[in-house]
Write a protein that binds this ligand. Structure first.
Ligand code: 13P
Length: 248
């Protein structure tokens, strides 16, 4: 059985110093839990300026880390962007792609996301590809269509043999405190699992994201095809992140 994944998306929060404090505390607390990593994977996604700080403290541990976004080219005249190659040189092993805030605020399109996933795969960095519907799309009964289209168009040219993580994050549940119901998560995850298998993806794990908290993590984790969480607000404090990571 795959290990459960607990992924912290810090978004635009934490200085390098705050990131270091978090990792030091997290490592100390994890150390007290026997066999913590035997059935869990932990991933941290700091903002770009804090990546090196996280890298320096996670080197040689089982804590994985990586950027929240990379550019579709590895290098060149792209002022202001962040390179997957540079992240890799800092030992990043994972990267977020297509978070709804990237799609909505920064207008990232499927074809660009495709290139980003391909660049990451070429560097052996594991993409965590984010999908999810808006409230209007859900209310119009389009949740699955939107998710399938995001998967289809954003993962067109990628190698389906390689490991991939897909995070289903309904946009209306992000940062709102409105977690999707068990039934909603169960339905979408079952369909996504079916769909990805039918499309030939050989090694995919599915995360849920959107107002995950220590109080709801245990219940959500029991839902079939929920292989872990992508956590925003509740991942900013080591205590709540660890409570989610150990919830039953
Ligand atoms: P919240 O956990 O704050 O709702 O954020 C979810 C998210 O966007 C993680 O990527």
């Amino acid at each position: 059985m795959n290990k459960k994944i607990y992924a912290a998306n810090w978004k635009l929060n934490k200085t390098p110093e705050e990131a270091r404090e978090f990792v030091i505390k997290l490592k100390n607390d994890i150390f007290k839990i026997p066999d913590f990593f035997s059935n869990r994977e932990v991933m941290i996604f700091p903002s770009a300026f804090a990546l090196e700080a996280v890298s320096s403290l996670c080197a040689g541990t089982d804590i994985q880390f990586g950027p929240q976004n990379v550019y579709a080219e590895k290098s060149g005249a792209f002022t202001g962007e962040n390179s997957a190659e540079v992240a890799k040189s800092l030992q990043a092993g994972v990267a977020l792609v297509g978070h709804s805030e990237r799609r909505e605020i920064f207008k990232e399109q499927d074809d660009t996301l495709n290139k980003k996933v391909a660049v990451l795969q070429s560097l052996q960095v594991l993409p965590v590809f984010c999908i999810g519907e808006t409230l209007a799309q859900r209310e119009a009964g389009k949740t699955l269509d939107v998710c399938y289209s995001q998967l289809n168009n954003g993962l067109k040219e990628i190698n389906k043999e390689l490991r991939l993580v897909v995070a289903y994050e309904p946009v209306w549940a992000i940062g709102t405190g409105k977690v999707a119901t068990k039934e909603q998560v169960a339905e979408v995850h079952a369909k996504l699992f079916e769909y990805l298998s039918s499309q030939g993806f050989k090694n995919v794990q599915l995360l849920y994201g959107g107002s995950v908290k220590p109080e709801n993590a245990g219940e959500l984790l029991k839902i079939p095809h929920v292989d872990g969480f992508l956590i925003g607000g509740a991942s900013l404090q080591p205590d709540s992140f660890l409570k989610i990571s150990t919830a039953q």
